[in-house]
Design a binder for this molecule. Structure first.
Ligand code: AMP
Ligand code: GLY
Length: 431
């Protein structure tokens, strides 16, 4: 089988690594890929993840048997529809279903129709009406740009002034362009977050084990939000034994609605959950693997990933085809200093082989490239150092021990990945 993976982050490196373990795979192409996917033996091809014509042309020319888009952008641009027209299986939702991630207003409407628990909200296209609502309600409120904003279009406002400022930024100053044509204003929920992902074939839903991301840049969840600074699986806040119940609550009803709309959902449905004292609430849906959740999740996955993905595309997903090691996996993101603001690039990275050689460790590359035979940084998030352990604390210790082998100037990482889960297991959880 010949596979084309679309994207260039740590998630895509993990996908290439796992897909490549299948005996049925003969070659993996990555558009455009990174230093890690090249080191994995895949062929990086310089076609951008949003170049729809270029991607279809590449898949045709290379006689690809399966396309695996990593990020949301090609999905919302309709890569699955385009590949379908070309007769090429593509693991992901069509553009209609990808609006679940691409438009928060669309997601809220489907959730309402499907009866999925979520934060109460109002949707506005008029800035004055949005402001009046904020004044009437008062803080805390959560203000969200409707469209894709690279994870930055959400403001959790603790004061009414902050909430009004967010409305101005999104709707009048157009901080996220057309993504701010509409805003969603939500009640602020309190609790611990969890990522809940499912394989979907249009009707059958098979949950993956739970995971937890760390969105804030600094220890103790301080500082601005990032794409994610580390993740682990399973997350004690959502034990594996509850996965089917959770799928009944937040995934299967959504698939029923989308199928009724004539668009069966294929691919990964990812619910970002807030585990509140009143039960789980969906904060958002993504329609792809999370980055960095994908890295620890795929470290735990046992089974033939390309076969599972193809089964999803063909509507014959078998729950028995997926299993996971009972061990815990934890990944720590190494980022360039300054991220998520501006940051330097081109730093040499040493010690990767020493880290990778440790038992149960895999170093996934996010923003790296190969320059004169050396791996150098080329993005904000640079690596995700991931390790398996018999316990969460064991996985954490193994990942940080591996991280100590790596030398990159001007880097930063969080030192508390997994701590919430460790506290919860010790009975010290706050909620
Ligand atoms: P989203 O992109 O909608 O997941 O929002 C990004 C982050 O904002 C989430 O991971 C939460 O940390 C926070 N957030 C979003 N919605 C809410 C809410 N209703 N209450 C509290 N925090 C929220
Ligand atoms: N890690 C969160 C995301 O991929 O959206």
């Amino acid at each position: 089988m010949r596979i084309l993976v679309i994207g260039s982050g740590g998630r895509e490196h993990a996908l290439v690594w796992k897909l490549g373990q299948s005996p049925s795979v003969t070659e993996i192409l990555v558009a455009p890929g990174n230093g890690g996917t090249a080191a994995e033996g895949a062929r990086n091809v310089p076609v951008a993840a949003d170049d729809m014509d270029g991607l279809v042309e590449l898949a045709r020319r290379e006689k690809v048997d399966l396309v695996v888009p990593g990020p949301e952008l090609p999905l919302t641009l309709g890569i699955v529809d385009r590949m379908r027209e070309a007769g090429i299986p593509c693991f992901g939702p069509d553009a209609y279903c990808a609006r679940l991630e691409g438009s928060k207003a669309f997601a809220k409407d489907i959730m309402r129709r499907a009866g999925v628990p979520t934060a109460a909200c109002e949707i506005f296209t008029d800035a004055d009406k949005a402001r009046a609502y904020v004044e009437a309600k008062g803080a805390p409120l959560v203000i969200k740009a409707d469209g894709l904003a690279a994870g930055k279009g959400v403001v959790v406002a603790h004061t009414t002034e902050e909430a009004l400022e967010a409305v101005e930024d999104i709707m009048r100053r157009r901080a996220f362009g057309a993504a701010g044509d509409q805003v969603v204003i939500e009640e602020c929920l309190i609790g611990e977050e969890a990522s809940f992902l499912c394989f979907c074939d249009g009707k059958t839903v098979v949950p993956l084990p739970s995971a937890q991301d760390h969105k804030a840049v600094f220890d103790g969840d301080k500082g601005p939000n990032t794409g994610g600074m580390g993740a682990y699986s399973p997350a004690p806040v959502l034990p594996d034994g509850e996965a089917q119940r959770m799928a009944d609550l937040v995934a299967r009803p959504i698939l029923r609605e989308l199928a009724a709309d004539g668009h069966p959902f294929v691919g990964i449905l990812y619910a970002g959950l807030m585990m509140t004292p009143d039960g789980p609430r969906v904060l958002e849906y993504n329609t792809r693997f999370g980055d960095p959740e994908c890295q620890p999740l795929l470290m735990r996955l046992e089974g033939d990933l390309p076969a599972v993905m193809l089964a999803c595309v063909e509507g014959r997903l078998d729950p028995a085809s997926l299993s996971y090691t009972s061990r815990t996996a934890l990944g720590v993101v190494v980022a360039a200093k300054g991220y998520p603001g501006s940051y330097p690039k081109g730093m040499p990275i040493r010690g990767l082989a020493e880290a990778d050689a440790l038992p149960g460790v895999k170093v996934f590359h996010s923003g790296t490239s190969l320059k004169d035979g050396e791996i150098v940084s080329s993005g904000g998030r640079v690596l995700c150092v991931t390790a398996l352990g018999d316990t969460l604390a064991g996985a954490r210790d193994a990942a940080y021990a591996a991280l100590k082998k790596i030398d990159m100037p001007d880097s930063q990482y969080r030192s508390d990945i997994g701590q919430k889960g460790i506290d919860r297991l010790a009975g010290k959880a706050r909620t």
